[in-house]
Design a protein around this ligand. Structure first.
Ligand code: SDX
Length: 432
């Protein structure tokens, strides 16, 4: 919804003088509104990777890459990470306002009542070979919810069905993530307990077992709750843009979010948190020769990149990485773990940040650089790290999907500039 229209830009192309409205967001960002450009001039714009293109207006998350600002619905990530819990932030992202005490209690109660999965969900696992990547399983499980809840398929049935689909997905995500872990370990599935809160329940279903009562370590639960908040939304990143464009076809929420999980899986996006640990392990095995690996990352003939470094938007620092780095020290100390990988990560950061190549390109640790070290200290295997990213990002995906649907945005269908063969006659086989 474009609320503020101010100024007009003039574009001269050949003998055309094209007037383009300029829109201004609530934080003063300006954009050329080209919604009518092709109709008025026959021209389109070209921007591979959408580095300069705004796909939508949005009231959910604001980030300023130059100043390292990140706010959900106007509240700073620093405040939310310190003062709120993950379900409170999920409510904020989806509904737009912080919940009253009563609203939050009702929201949490609804979530608690929907944590169970249909028993047939387990059959999905029987089809998967042991050792298959958890993100592939998560995609299938989320998408399967539309089979178990066919009411979600009707995109035109308004809000109560839509809100029920949202509640079910937030509620069942930890159960699915924990079930994936248990399958990976070859252990029996643990069921949710209504007496536990959201993160406690996830830890209980993940690390608890049928032989003894699982005691939730509050240090770990609090640290995980904070990590989920830090991952909860990040405006129009790759996976969120995927959820929006898939959802714009009016497919159900579960299918759109399953597509978002696919995008997040990629090593350039959420999959980086797994790759960071694998990279740090390789550097450790190689004797900790940091400069050698930094030089590899700079070498254009070497496909190696410093995983967990660089960001499309942040050009000074990623505020989430700073919070996670501080948290890593505290959590490992509280759990009583000394992980040499953390020291290697810090030394690698120091080496890279003193290297002109990284300084010139404004490359520094992003949200994925230190998060895996904490997940590992909590006991999660590396291949579960991106599943944890998805668990955190879920309310953001849902909020962005809901905003796009509430605004009845059109189906996403970009244009192109054709560079293939011009018209030519068919060549019979005998002449090829
Ligand atoms: C996330 O968008 C979001 O908000 C994402 C996210 C979220 O919360 O949703 O923040 C989560 O995905 C974080 C990013 C995780 N990915 C990684 O850590 C993978 C490593 N990083 C990169 O591949 C890269 O930095 C990206 C993908 C994050 C950003 O890529 P861009 O913006 O397309 O930048 P680019 O690839 O064009 O790089 C610009 C220059 C290039 O060099 P030159 O051509 O100018 O000589 O910087 C270099 C790149 O080669 N470069 C790197 C590098 N990242 C960029 N060189 C070495 N190591 C790196 N990590």
């Amino acid at each position: 919804m474009i609320e503020t229209m101010s100024d007009t830009a003039h574009l001269n192309v050949g003998d055309q003088n094209i007037e383009i409205p300029v829109i201004t967001g609530t934080e003063g960002e300006k954009a050329l509104d080209i919604s009518k450009l092709r109709n008025s001039s026959g021209l389109i714009t070209y921007d591979v990777g959408y580095k300069n293109t705004g796909a939508t207006t949005s009231a959910i998350t604001f980030l300023n890459g130059e100043e390292g600002i990140l706010r959900y619905r106007g509240y700073s990530i620093e405040d939310l990470a310190e003062k709120a819990d993950f379900l409170e932030v999920s409510y904020l992202l989806v509904n737009g306002e912080l919940p009253s005490k009563d609203d939050l209690e009702k929201f949490k109660k609804k979530i608690t009542m929907h944590t169970l999965l249909h028993e047939d969900t387990k059959n999905i696992f029987e089809a998967y070979p042991t050792g298959s990547h958890p993100m592939g399983q998560l995609m299938a499980m989320i998408s399967s919810l539309s089979s178990f809840y066919p009411g979600s398929l009707n995109p035109y049935r308004e809000n109560d069905e839509r809100m029920l689909s949202i509640i079910r997905l937030i509620a069942k995500m930890p159960t699915m993530c924990a079930m994936i872990y248990k399958k990976q370990m070859g252990h029996p599935v643990m069921y949710p307990k209504n007496s536990l809160d959201y993160v406690e329940n996830y830890l209980h279903m993940t690390f608890g077992n049928v032989t003894e009562e699982y005691e939730v370590d509050r240090t770990i639960a609090d640290a995980l709750d904070k990590l989920l908040i830090l991952h909860a939304d990040h405006e129009q990143n790759c996976s969120t843009s995927t959820v929006r464009i898939v959802g714009s076809s009016h497919v159900n929420l579960y299918a759109a979010v399953s597509a978002g999980v696919a995008a997040l899986w990629g090593p350039l996006h959420g999959g980086a948190n797994q790759k960071v640990i694998e990279m740090l392990e390789a550097i450790k095995a190689d004797g900790g020769n940091y400069q050698k690996w930094v030089d590899k990352a700079k070498d254009k003939n070497d496909p190696f990149r410093l995983m967990g470094f660089g960001h499309r938007v942040y050009k000074n620092f990623d505020p989430r990485a700073n919070i996670i780095k501080d948290s890593a020290d505290k959590v490992l100390a509280k759990i009583g773990i000394h992980d040499p990988i953390l020291d290697i990560a810090k030394k690698l950061e120091e080496t890279a940040l003193n290297d002109d190549y990284f300084k010139e390109r404004k490359l520094f640790p992003n949200v994925d650089f230190y998060s895996g070290i904490i997940y590992r200290a909590m006991g999660f295997p590396t291949e579960m790290f991106t599943v944890l990213f998805a668990l955190g990002r879920l309310p953001g995906w849902i909020a962005q999907w809901k905003e796009m649907r509430d605004e009845q945005q059109p189906i996403g269908r970009p244009r192109q500039v054709y560079t293939g063969s011009q018209s030519r006659d068919f060549v019979p086989m005998e002449n090829r």
